[in-house]
Design a protein around this ligand. Structure first.
Ligand SMILES: Cc1ncc(COP(=O)(O)O)c(C=O)c1O
Length: 370
């Protein structure tokens, strides 16, 4: 009976063209799918550092609060320095960071204001919290203030949660204005800078991009799985926030810590990001892609981040397949990851791409969508 029910639901997904398949990236394809913006996942120094970290064993063998606290605090100290905050705390993934931070800090009697296009892990963190959640229109400070004016006074604490760089659109949250609103309404900003770290603000992220200084009412979240090329998530903020999370955040407490080799690897990634050359090279590549993609009329305005949403609607999956047959890996993104009607190929570029790669993609997309 249960099997039958699931089968029916799966059939429905297929009929609605929403069925997800796992697909292996073939060797030798031109890859526009990965979040490895700085190509650090395969950087020889990072791999060597990770290999060195294997001396501690394959796994961390336990939660950070039991046997799993190995080299993690070194990474946390470095991340706090890098983000210019009092403390940092590392989680097993970026997903579990959002889940664990939001659900621990936001409680019954609190209000979370969440951008309409926030990442699924933020949405799930909000759901898991006992706070009331209001969605404001994407990047709209007007919408945010509207809700606060109407409802803000009823709550103990106010949290404004936003991606720094939006994962499916590549645009940047108006963080300076959001911070002003937070100051005005005595709120706290939680910014998930998964796609801003290593990319904007000389690598330091969205806060730096806006010349904002870390403060008591800003909590920064990041991931070690994208520009860092590894795995894991982290949160940066004031001492009390980190101590509170160590004591109450369930995805931190009840999950095995990152493998020490990954910690060693991303420590090296951090060192390389801090040197600045990779982020500068990425920005050069973004400017180059802007020129090429504009010429092929794939974009109208310059991008500041490596994420290019090429909105193709219903034809997205067909076009993604067409690209794959021609040696380009650029998966389509469908509902519910993006709203219906806005299905897209999410082109993400990295420091390893060359101008001719952008040309090849631009030409094929133009040919097929003409
Ligand atoms: C904005 C955002 N936050 C969080 C995550 C989750 O990070 P991770 O993949 O490291 O779990 C992602 C990645 O998918 C993301 O795009």
């Amino acid at each position: 009976m249960f099997r039958l029910k699931l089968r029916e639901e799966l059939e429905l997904l297929k009929r609605n063209n929403l069925y997800r398949y796992l697909r292996r990236k073939e060797e030798g394809v031109l890859d526009f799918s990965s979040n490895d913006y700085l190509c650090l996942s395969k950087h020889p120094e990072v791999i060597e550092a990770a290999r060195e970290g294997l001396k501690y064993g394959l796994g961390s063998t336990g939660s950070r609060l039991t046997s799993g606290n190995i080299n993690h605090e070194i990474l946390e100290e470095r991340l706090a320095e890098f983000k210019e905050t009092e403390r940092a705390l590392v989680y097993p993934t970026g997903y579990s960071t959002n889940l664990g931070v939001i659900s621990a800090l936001c409680k019954r009697g609190d209000l979370i204001l969440s951008d309409r296009l926030n990442h699924a892990s933020i949405i799930d963190g909000c759901r898991l919290s006992r706070a009331d959640v209001e969605i404001y229109e994407h990047c709209s400070v007007e919408s945010l203030v509207g809700i606060l004016e109407e409802k803000g006074k009823r709550y103990n604490n106010i949290f404004i949660v936003t991606d720094g760089v939006f994962s499916m659109d590549g645009d940047i949250a108006p963080l300076k204005d959001i911070k002003k609103v937070a100051d005005e309404y005595n709120g706290v900003v939680i910014v998930d800078d998964a796609h801003g770290t290593g990319v904007l603000g000389g690598g330091k992220g969205t806060l730096k991009h806006f010349n904002l200084k870390p403060s008591d009412n800003i909590i920064q979240i990041g991931t070690l799985s994208k520009a860092f090329g590894g795995l894991g998530g982290f949160v940066c903020g004031i001492e009390e926030v980190v101590e509170y999370l160590i004591n109450t955040s369930r995805s931190f407490i009840y999950s095995t810590a990152l493998p020490p080799s990954v910690v060693s690897g991303v420590l090296k990634s951090l060192e390389l990001i801090e040197e600045g050359n990779l982020t500068r090279k990425l920005q050069e590549n973004i400017r180059c892609a802007n020129r090429v993609f504009k010429r092929y009329e794939l974009i109208q305005v310059d991008n500041l981040t490596p994420i290019y949403p090429i909105i193709l609607g219903e034809r997205t999956m067909e076009i993604s397949e067409y690209l794959l047959q021609r040696g380009i890996f650029a998966p389509g993104i469908r509902y519910p990851s993006v709203p219906r009607g806005l299905e897209r190929i999410r082109v993400s570029i990295n420091v390893g791409h060359r101008e001719e790669d952008f040309e090849r993609l631009g030409r094929l997309l133009k040919e097929y969508t003409r």
